[in-house]
Design a protein. Structure first.
Length: 276
């Protein structure tokens, strides 16, 4: 699933490419299927009525959610889930596999939404938070993400550190890749209980979360499998990971073998020597 750096990359691309444009039409392919609709909580006619003619005022992100703020006061909210992609194309560009929707723009270009697994989709809402099933924690690249706040999330917790990092109620936007990388950079075993972290360790983890996410954004995301930016290009973060999906490979720091275990049902990668 695309995480904060991947979604932020897409947001920045959309800000540059489509802000100021107006929607002129919507195409939902007839074979999209009714069992898993791409439009969430709204029928196609109402969705079309809500966006056609609307001008895109801003491209926003909250956690792993994208939102195109419209001059009507509504927001077109997008969640890519596991395999979704939002591609900016020209009408004569080659057709996409797994196409779920096309949003037509007034300069003749298109936003094409593709999704092999069909978990992602669109909402048309007044507020991006309406699409979120539970309250989101602070944005980890904002001033709202503090050492003190992270310490409160860990204090007294009998859950593993990684599980706490993945809990969107504590920090918005972190997923499997960047949780593993942050724990490695902080030198913390992801299996440790949150309550066991010392103040210096919390401070190190706070710095590591920000560091790996910033590097992920600078690298335009990680393309291990499905993630593509709006041009359909891969990011490069996957080329620089220290532990994620490096099971059996030597640690770059100490040459111990990277191990993989399950933490909270998620595959978790760590160095048994560098992380304590």
């Amino acid at each position: 699933m695309p995480e904060l750096p991947e979604v932020e990359t897409i947001r920045r691309d959309l800000e540059r490419r489509v802000v100021g444009r107006r929607f002129t039409g919507v195409t939902i392919p007839p074979d999209t299927g009714k069992a898993v609709p791409v439009l969430k909580g709204i029928d196609e006619a109402s969705f079309r009525e809500g966006i056609v003619g609307a001008r895109i005022e801003a491209a926003e992100r909250r956690g792993k959610y994208l939102a195109l703020r419209l001059d009507t006061g509504s927001a077109l909210v997008v969640h890519l889930r596991m395999t979704g992609a939002l591609l900016h194309r020209r009408p004569d560009d080659a057709p996409e596999r797994f196409l779920r929707a096309i949003l037509h723009l007034d300069d003749g270009s298109e936003l094409r939404f593709t999704d092999m697994r069909k978990f992602g989709g669109f909402w048309l809402l007044d507020d991006i938070d309406e699409a979120v099933s539970s309250p989101l924690g602070p944005e980890p690249l904002s001033e709202g993400f503090t050492v003190e706040g992270l310490a409160q999330s860990m204090a007294g917790r009998k859950a593993p550190v990684k599980a706490i990092l993945l809990d969107q109620r504590h920090i918005a936007g972190i997923g499997n890749i960047y949780a593993d990388e942050a724990c490695y950079e902080a030198g913390i075993d992801p299996r440790r209980l949150g309550a066991t972290l010392t103040p210096p360790e919390v401070e190190a983890l706070h710095a590591a979360v920000r560091s790996v996410l910033l590097f992920g954004v600078e690298s335009r995301g990680a393309s291990f499998k499905d993630y593509k930016d709006v041009e359909g290009e891969s990011g490069s973060m996957h080329m620089y990971v220290k532990v994620f999906r490096r099971t059996g490979a030597p640690c770059y720091t100490c040459e111990s073998i990277i191990q993989r275990v399950k933490v909270g049902g998620r595959s978790t990668h760590f160095c048994p020597s560098c992380q304590h």
